[in-house]
Design a protein around this ligand. Structure first.
Ligand code: CMC
Length: 430
């Protein structure tokens, strides 16, 4: 009997099956042969929220949640955050290798070429209500881009995929910044392609009447590092949305709109906003123990804590904590930081958090940094969506090139009524 296999005995029939094990995984479809009689549909695996199901094979991002390890294409996140730039990291994710100097220059140039959005998209943004959430505007406008670039439907054409990749990475900051300017009633600031990717983003957000906007280099670098650590995180909710919707062979703008919508939720990209609301509700360091008591009683959750995969300190949270210090040297301190540090100190020493393996995640400190830099809370998930675009695209391209992938279509266990006959409304009792 081969060692890399699983022997299953079906106690309903007494029959034994041998199922191959590859990469520490069995193929769920191999269970289908397990039947009580020839008419039986066969055994399925039930896994709501896919907590123990691998939906793909991937070569992009590696996470070891127990040890707090995150790597893109093999490179540790700490090294990328220290030494790389967001655009270089985006290249790495999408193409699989770090670029040669000339390739990085060309990639950077191609992104700069595509930062401007069609004037009609600007009119869409004008049409949103003055207090529209910028994430809602982003979902709508990125989806609308599919109607401007009809060549994007050629998803199996490598050249078309390359151009859409450049367009999406380039235009997401412009859409995001325009959504922000709309929400505060300011005229849109057009891209300045002499600035870096993140420098230009800050320009489109914060330029006032000056002829040329000059970003603060420390803040420009801080945003760039935050973009690096948010660029990919393997098969999370929004990436699964990207792959799931993309598996219908729709264009990438529509799939990115779906992924952005998934990121909008408070349990995913909206958690850093929830952290700020929580810290404001706590109000002072002295009130932390009382708040932790309510968390332990199950009344509320500690936002920015816990993760489906990390059962250790999220390595991105460590980087965020370091950046917070650097940003506060420029902006002055954010009083919420003291409360956050106290909360972390108390929680990490508490039995409830230790036994539940709850540690700070990336969102615990990122919101405090964004707030200190002058971003309103509504913009926090948008600041997540911009860099995650490169990760979504990398995963989408990998999915399209994977011969084992098909349109995503999970099964269900039907527990509804058996067949019954329709009764006209006039004959139904009140
Ligand atoms: N505060 C208090 N208890 C918690 C928390 C928390 N933040 N997170 C999990 N638990 C407890 C939970 O009550 C449960 O306890 P018990 O087993 O005694 O009933 C246990 O831990 C397992 O919780 P779960 O909900 O089954 O865990 P999950 O893997 O489904 O949830 C999570 C992961 C991130 C949704 C959850 O930890 C959470 O709601 N955290 C707060 C929201 C947050 O910070 N989200 C950002 C995630 S990181 C950014 C991203 O990737 O988008």
């Amino acid at each position: 009997m081969p060692r890399d296999s699983l022997t299953i005995t079906d106690n309903r029939t007494g029959r034994t099956y041998e199922i191959p094990v590859e990469h520490n995984t069995i193929r769920a479809f191999d269970l289908r042969q397990i039947k009580t009689d020839p008419e039986d549909f066969g055994l399925m695996a039930y896994d709501p929220a896919y907590t123990n199901t691998a939906s793909c094979k991937s070569r992009i991002t590696y996470i070891d949640g127990d040890r707090g390890i995150l790597r893109y294409r093999g490179y540790p996140i700490e090294q990328l955050a220290e030494q790389s730039t967001y655009l270089e990291t985006a290249y790495l994710l999408v193409k699989g290798e770090l670029p040669k100097p000339s390739h990085l220059k060309a990639f950077d140039q191609n992104i700069r070429l595509h930062t401007i959005i069609h004037e009609n998209i600007k009119k869409f943004i004008d049409g949103f209500h003055y207090d529209a959430h910028p994430m809602g505007i982003l979902v709508g406008t990125v989806g609308a881009l599919s109607t401007f670039y009809t060549d994007a439907k050629r998803i199996f054409d490598a050249e078309s995929r390359r151009i859409q990749t450049h367009r999406l990475i380039a235009k997401m900051p412009t859409l995001a910044a325009f959504a922000y300017r709309h929400s505060i009633g300011m005229p849109y600031a057009y891209p300045d392609n002499d600035l870096s990717y993140t420098g230009n983003f800050l320009n489109m957000l914060f330029k006032m009447t000056e002829l040329r906007y000059r970003p603060n280099p420390a803040l420009e670098r801080a945003i760039d590092v935050l973009f690096i650590i948010h660029a990919d995180h393997e098969q999370n909710c929004s990436t699964s949305a990207m792959r799931g919707v993309g598996s219908s062979q729709v264009d990438p703008y529509s799939a990115i709109a779906a992924a952005t919508a998934a990121l909008y939720g408070p349990l995913h990209g909206g958690a850093n906003e929830a952290v700020i609301r929580m810290l404001m509700e706590i109000g002072s360091k002295e009130r932390v123990p009382e708040y932790v008591k309510r968390v332990k009683a199950g009344e509320i959750r500690l936002m920015g804590f816990g993760h489906r995969i990390y059962k250790n300190y999220d390595p991105r949270a460590k980087i965020c904590r370091r950046i917070a210090g650097e940003v506060f040297e420029v902006t002055g301190p954010n009083p919420l930081l003291d409360i956050a540090i106290e909360l972390e100190r108390i929680a990490l020493a508490d039995d409830y958090f230790i036994t539940h393996k709850l540690y700070p995640n990336v969102d615990f400190y990122s919101g405090i940094i964004y707030q200190a830099m002058g971003f309103p809370m509504d913009m926090f998930p948008v600041l997540f969506a911009i860099p995650r675009t490169s990760g979504w695209l990398a995963q989408w391209i990998e999915m399209l090139q994977d011969e084992e992938q098909k349109i995503a279509r999970p099964r269900q266990i039907y527990l509804g009524p058996e067949k019954r006959d329709y009764v006209p409304v006039s004959e139904r009792p009140e």
